[in-house]
Design a protein around this ligand. Structure first.
Ligand SMILES: [Zn+2]
Length: 193
């Protein structure tokens, strides 16, 4: 059983992880939108290129033959119209995707707000010194709190000393409310039987 202090820290970590997960998803949205916009631009550029190429080709083929030249241009126009119809369908698909992404952005922003509130609430019961330790580790690594497994830290997978293990078991000199940290990665470690 984790100590009451550790319980509060594990809850804090849970809320922190949720918040960070939403932040990552939210940050990805503009990138995803930009990727879809780039697709639209590329398809538009391709069709303009296609139109010019087809027309020039037709003119080249029918040069000097007035009627056939006109026929050729007409064919080119038809082909272009067909390609344009495909483009329109593709673009409306892309635009729908952008709309979905924008909606997702709004709902993620709302979720993040809630997650931030939950995170702040979870900080309250944690003692000030423990919060400081947590924050110090959190800025450089996640997760902050890990279990030990057969004398190793589950964060960095290196062996922890006997002292740390004893403290992680809540049997150190300061009792169950002493936080044990891994000597190698600095994470808070706890004993999970
Ligand atoms: Zn470690």
């Amino acid at each position: 059983m984790p100590s009451p202090l550790l319980e509060t820290l594990l809850i804090l970590q849970d809320r922190d992880t949720k918040k960070l997960g939403i932040e990552v998803q939210l940050k990805a949205v503009p990138r995803d939108v930009a990727a879809v916009e780039a697709k639209i631009a590329a398809e538009k550029a391709a069709i303009v290129g296609h139109e010019i190429e087809t027309t020039l080709k037709q003119i080249g083929e029918f040069e000097g033959q007035q009627l056939e030249l006109m026929y050729g241009l007409d064919e080119a126009k038809k082909k272009f119209a067909a390609a344009e119809a495909v483009l329109k369908t593709n673009i409306s698909g892309h635009e729908a995707r952008i709309k979905t992404l924008r909606e997702r952005e709004v709902s993620l922003a709302a979720e993040l707000k809630d997650a931030q509130v939950a995170f702040n609430l979870a900080r309250e019961p944690v003692t000030e010194p423990a919060r400081r330790i947590y924050d110090r580790i959190a800025v450089r690594t996640q997760p902050v709190i890990v279990a030990t497994n057969s004398g190793t830290c589950c964060g960095c997978h290196l062996k922890i000393s006997n002292e740390v293990e004893t403290a992680a078991r809540g049997k150190g000199p300061a009792g169950p409310n002493q936080l044990a940290t891994c000597e190698n990665c600095g994470r808070i470690v706890y004993w999970e039987s």
